[in-house]
Design a protein around this ligand. Structure first.
Ligand SMILES: NC(=O)c1ccc[n+]([C@@H]2O[C@H](COP(=O)([O-])OP(=O)(O)OC[C@H]3O[C@@H](n4cnc5c(N)ncnc54)[C@H](O)[C@@H]3O)[C@@H](O)[C@H]2O)c1
Length: 308
């Protein structure tokens, strides 16, 4: 049994990670509820293995127990939310990650840092391998997130090199599934919620825009493996099946509705294509996503039907 601290525990990935780990580990969850609510962890509040701390990682309180593993998931993750207060997003990624690293150093804990495919920006290399440096605008509307996550990676790299902290960086690509917040502006939730509400499905930018979507259960399996296996340079985690947004919209409408698809001008710096090269994850973690889009969408649709 390990003691595991999950920062960002009430968010989409955090709540699913708690579900997976809580029966066999002690979980200390931290969240300032910036983009989530306590409702997502309601069912764990009385669990003997769970303790919740309502705090920002920017102003981390004293954490008394020994910690074996830290997952740093704390950061607003959808564009409308992280753009609401860009300085907060930057502080979370720099000061917050630094606080997490200091904690890992003091407790001799493993630190798993949730980075993102956004470190590749609007990629020129396709698919994206971990050794691609990316194409990121340092002064655009997405920069607080993209550059914040990049500097957080640099901090992890330096703490590993200088202080021997056991840091593991994972670059998460678009992930979806039950637990997503219905109105936080991500593609899959937007499409499904609009389908249920009888509204048009909106695509920003051109018809060829693509993404690669990973179902949450696959991602959680990878996060658990990352806890067990040491590696020193970043690993991409995502599903490498690429789909155009128009085909995703059609797949949802064909099955669940008769909604229209509308095209709206692209938002600045929005990546046009996105697909992870996951050979490193396959080799080092022996991990491969198994749930493909039709099955994942069905589970997510049923979840939203219930939530709405
Ligand atoms: N879901 C994805 O597709 C995806 C893709 C790439 C990277 N990621 C990364 O994975 C992590 C989790 O993503 P998610 O989808 O669960 O996002 P989310 O927005 O659902 O959850 C993030 C959580 O962090 C909390 N938080 C934000 N700032 C904080 C702070 N300063 N102190 C404490 N808590 C804070 C929020 O309240 C929220 O509960 C994030 O770091 C995100 O950048 C997610």
């Amino acid at each position: 049994m390990k003691t595991i601290l999950i920062a960002g525990c009430t968010g989409f990935i955090g709540q699913n990670l708690i579900k997976k780990l809580i029966d066999d580990n002690i979980i200390i969850g931290i969240d300032n509820l910036y983009s989530s609510s306590l409702k997502s962890i309601e069912s764990y509040r009385e669990h003997k293995n769970f303790r919740f701390i309502n705090a920002s990682i920017i102003h981390l309180p004293l954490i008394e127990p020994n910690i074996d593993v830290i997952y740093n998931l704390a950061c607003p993750a959808s564009p409308p939310v992280y753009q609401k207060d860009p300085i907060f997003t930057l502080d979370t990624n720099y000061i917050g990650t630094k606080n997490m690293l200091e904690l890992a150093k003091n407790k001799s804990a493993v630190l798993i840092q949730a980075s993102t495919s956004e470190v590749y920006g609007d990629p020129i290399v396709h698919p994206q391998k971990e050794d691609y440096f990316g194409n990121v605008n340092p002064i655009g509307v997405r920069s607080c997130y993209d550059e914040g996550k990049r500097v957080a990676e640099t901090l992890c790299y330096e703490y590993r090199k200088i202080y021997n902290v056991n840091t593991r960086i994972i670059r998460i690509f678009n992930t979806y599934g039950p637990g997503m917040i219905y109105n936080d502006g991500r593609v899959v939730s937007n499409f499904i919620v609009n389908t249920i509400m009888g509204k048009s499905l909106i695509i920003y930018g051109n018809r060829n825009k693509t993404r690669s979507f990973c179902y949450i259960d696959d991602m959680i399996n990878a996060l658990v493996k990352v806890m067990e296996i040491d590696f020193d340079s970043p690993i991409n985690l995502g599903n490498d099946t690429e789909i155009s947004l128009i085909n995703l919209a059609k797949l949802i409408i064909d099955k669940y509705g008769e909604n229209k698809i509308e095209f709206i001008d692209s938002v600045p710096d929005d990546p046009k294509i996105r697909k992870p090269d996951i050979s490193r994850a396959k080799e080092i973690l022996n991990w491969n996503p198994t749930i493909q889009i039709p099955e994942g969408i069905e589970k997510t649709f049923n979840y939203f039907k219930e939530v709405l």
